[in-house]
Design a binder for this molecule. Sequence first.
Ligand SMILES: Nc1ncnc2c1ncn2[C@@H]1O[C@H](COP(=O)(O)OP(=O)(O)OP(=O)(O)O)[C@@H](O)[C@H]1O
Ligand SMILES: O=c1ccn([C@@H]2O[C@H](COP(=O)(O)O)[C@@H](O)[C@H]2O)c(=O)[nH]1
Length: 283
Amino acid sequence: MSFPGSWIPRRLLRVLASGTTDGSFLQIVRANYRDKAASQSLTCYLRTPFATQFLRERSWVSFRTPESDSLLYQFPKYVSTEVENSEARDQHPMKAAKVVFVLGGPGSGKGTQCALIVEHFGFTHLSAGDLLRAEIKSGSQNGAMIQSMIKEGKIVPSEVTVKLLQKAMLSSDNDKFLIDGFPRNEENRSAFELITGIRPEFILFFECSEKEMEKRVLGRNEGRIDDNIETIKKRFKVFIDSGLPVLKHYDSLGKLRKINGDRMKEEVFESVRPLFTAFAKKD
Ligand SMILES: Nc1ncnc2c1ncn2[C@@H]1O[C@H](COP(=O)(O)OP(=O)(O)OP(=O)(O)O)[C@@H](O)[C@H]1O
Ligand SMILES: O=c1ccn([C@@H]2O[C@H](COP(=O)(O)O)[C@@H](O)[C@H]2O)c(=O)[nH]1
């Protein structure tokens, strides 16, 4: 079905997410438009300089370039029906999952504290960085791109990371997740919320001085390609430039829980513990 943007008056469009993929601009919009012939709503389409084809498949809404037919972006179908059909949204298998985002600069102790939370509160720990490193090791076609982004301390495109997180959540028996080191920017955040339909319960943020974080990362000795002084400086900058707006967003929603991560790990955990005790009671 050919679906040129000009069919739909701009006033009927609402932007749901935007970002870049394959170097091209991507914008997902909702169109308040009913295709009478097909008697169905067209809810999303992709705007790039070259992609104009809209395909509705059995369980996915996919967007492809007309020239190469290569897949640019794929969403579960519920995303396309989400706005129109609240019943479909409520049936989404991930909707019931409880998620806590664990954020902080490199070496602030996120992974260390997550291990303690798992032990005491039965969450499943998903480190976005670990999932990306596993993807490199698996020999995936994205491996080389991910490796070079990590080496430069850059943020891997949301569609890659969200897909890995989504897969890990769907293949888990648990419904409580600590998502560590994600979202790293506002685009990560909106892509995750749009694709999974999940809003985090709260955000655990470890505040730590750069001096302490640098010392910890350089002493970590796990053979990571980004644990060197040059990349660490870049990672600090990315955290300030892209990560702080995410924290600001959740702070405005009253979901940010700040923890002083500069102390010994046992002391830090004593500040973390009450948050999860309260959550367990509520749950
Ligand atoms: N409170 C602490 N005091 C001293 N060392 C710590 C503390 N917490 C963690 N560490 C050590 O610091 C290093 C980094 O910790 P960790 O991997 O938990 O940080 P992170 O925030 O997950 O880092 P990254 O984002 O780079 O993956 C590890 O070697 C860990 O053992
Ligand atoms: O959501 C994410 C998480 C990580 N990255 C990239 O991986 C490295 C390492 O992440 P850690 O959380 O320190 O393990 C990070 O610097 C990014 O390059 C990402 O792009 N998106």
